[in-house]
Structures are given as C-alpha cells and as structure tokens.
Design a protein around this ligand. Sequence first.
Ligand code: ASP
Length: 465
Amino acid sequence: MKNRVYINQLREHIGNTVIIAGWVSVRRDQGKMVFFDIRDMTGTVQTVVLTKSPALESAKQTSRESAVAITGIVNKRPEKNVMAGVQNGDIEVSVEKIEILGASDAPPFEIIEDTSMISEEVRLTYRYLDLRSERMQRNIRSRSEFVRLCREYLFNAMFTEIETPLLTESTPEGSRDFVVPSRLHPGSFYALPQSPQQYKQLLMVAGMERYFQIARAVRDEDLRADRGFEHSQIDIEMSFVEQEDVMALVETMIIEVAEKMGKVLKQKPFPRFTYAEAMEKFGADKFDLRDDEEKSKGILAFAWVHRFPFFEKTDGGDWTFTHNPFSMPLSEHIDDVLAGKNTENILTAQYDLVCNGHETGGGSIRSHRPDILRAVYKTMGYDDARIEQSVGHMLEAFRYGAPPHGGIAIGIERMLMTVMGENYLREVQAFPMTRGGQTAVMKAPKPLSDKQLSELGLEIKKKTK
Ligand code: ASP
C-alpha cells in the first residue's frame, strides 16, 4: 500500500495526513462520532470519526475486526485526554476516509482479551483470529526473534545451514514413526524424521564440520502439554569437538540470545549436575532451580545435566539406550562397552539443557568408531544381521575417515514456552494440533479417496464392530 505509515511511526507525523492500515480492535459508536482503535502489527492507535467527517457514513458500516485503510490527520490529544503509559496515548487520528478492505463478521470470541481461557476447539478452529490477539502475536514474534538470533549467532560462528530430507527411513530414535506410503514402491513406506540425527552425522563424515538446521522432527507419541507430534529444533552438529566444546558453544549462544530478548538469567555459567546428583537432589533429571520470587519475575534458570547412564533395562529385561544409541560412552567406559560388560554402570557423553523444570535441549558426543557403535548395538541384543540392517550405512560411512563429532538439539517450542512463561507448547506454535491430534483450522487426519488408496496399493481394513 503506497504511503502507508505503520502505527508505531505515527508520532513522527503529527499534523500530517497519513494512511494507516490494520484491523478494527475496538469500535465505540457515540452517534455523532465514532471511535475506532486500529491495530496493525506494530501497535494500536485511537482514531475518531467526527460529525463533520465525510467518513461518518462508512464508519457506521465498519464492523469490529474488519481490515481497513484509514486516511486521516495525526493530532496531539488535548492534555486532559492523554492516556499515560499507553502506546500512542497522546495522539489520535482524525479520520477523513475509511476504506473497508475486508469486512468482518462478528468474531466468535474476544480478540482483544486474553484468549487462553477460550475452549481449545474454538481457538484452533479460528486459529487465524486467535493469532490476532496481543499475547499470541507476541509469542509468535518472539519465537521468530529467538530463531533469528540463534541463526545469526551460528552463522557468526562459522556454521553452515543445511536441510536434510523429510521423507526418510525409520530410525531407532526410541519412539513411533509417522510413515508415508510410497506410490512408486507400493507396500513400502518412508518415515518422517524423528530427528535429523543420522544425516547430521553423515554431514560430519562429509566434511561440513559445523552444521545447523532449524529442523522439523515428528514423533507419533502420546500428546501432552509439553509434547506434540511435530516440533522444531535448532539442530547442531560439530566435528573435532569434545563435550566441553559443544556445551560452551550452546551456553554462550543461549546466554546471548536470552539476554538480547531482555530475559534475566539466574546463574552464569550454567550450573552442572551429574545425572546421579540430579536424581539425588531433585529426584528427576529436569528440575526448577528458581525460588518463588524468581518465578514471578520470569527469570530463567538454566542448568546442564550430564554423565547419564547409557543403558537401561526394558520391561522385557533387555538393555536399551536411555537417550541416543549414537552417543559415545564416556572414555573410561569404552573398554567395558567393547567387552560387553558392566553395562549397568556405563555412562554416556550425553548432556541435557534444563530450564525452569523443562528439558529444553539435549545432545551428545557420538561414537564415530564403527567398533564402538557396533558394540552398543550388541549390548542391546542386536545380532550382526540386525545391526547391518539398522545402522549398516552408518558403520560403512564411519570407515572413511569419520571425524570425532558431537552435537545437540534445542527444542524451539519447549524453549519458547519456558522463555514466554507459557504452560503449553501450543501457545508458541502458529497452528498446533488439538489434544486429540486434529490439525488446526484444517481437517487432518482424514480418510483417503478410493483412487488415492488404489494408487498407493493400500487397502483399509474395515473396522469390525
Ligand atoms: N537427536 C537428538 C534429538 O533429536 C539430539 C541430538 O543428540 O543432537 O533429540
């Protein structure tokens, strides 16, 4: 729109005629005059349509939440009408022309109020309206800011941003895959990535050295307040590093980014707890170090947890990994892993980043030696054929000069939820799913047509009642 002025710039135009564009937040019709609060992405301003204004007629027809363009004069308000502490509380726009660009029906809920008390179903059906609310605008924009600052930090630290495939192979990351049927190979399936774990390690073998990606990860797990099907992570991998190097890089990044976002950190450097210490002290490997006052002030209390047990027993009595099968055992435990003994005491070079009671990140130094990775799978009861089938390609890649490497993934929603003081992941996602796993606004999952099914070579078993 030509000559449009953003609402937060209006004070530079006092006395001038301007064009603003946005939505009608509030409408007060006083008969002879109509007041509108107009909102754009930069803020809100009061506008007034005076009795003598040629716009009075159209003002009468302008409903709340309509998208409008307004031409008017920016005036200083009389001293007695100045609203202290309110954005643009000392100015108003005297309206000369209103153009209704998109008329609005009465909205199904109040957008200018906090929408967190509105039912989830209604909020998600009309997510595009929910997102207009001040809190959601702030959350989504802060998320973008967080990602931007992390990206900038990583680019400055010589990282390369690389995308990895969305259609991939089922990986042993510990939870259920979402699968995608293949049309070209009927009866075969891709899996959506639970994490770019293997690709990022392959990128280290490929000599990229410092990789990051704002990666989507998808897991078919039961939904909770702090866990959804899809999440995004700042996924990082580095070559020729030890645990300390990765932790130092991430810690510096998080401190810099959080402080640039105006957040106060309880403690720097971040305190560290071994898994054993955390369990003894807090009874869990994620914990909240803040007192009540710090909680009320929104202070962020980061901490690291490290020296995790590598393996745990499954219900069936077999050994499985606690975090990540590609992790390296701590150096003092490598011989035991290779010998397949002392499994219950083996610790791994895994580190988790905890904040205000949430696990906001986790990573590890990896087994870049094929013999160690093989031994880990042996410990988990895999025979040679099954090892070959699961991670044969990784063992093969590691035979060609694999550098020592390690990385981490920072969960973007968990981090933002914590930083913004929200209790649910969906408050920092533009289009989250319902608790029942239904998409916002649109209607997935839904059945495929017979044509689609036949193209994919699929047949759906009829539910027997
Ligand atoms: N693959 C891990 C995850 O997605 C992160 C990592 O170890 O780098 O949680």
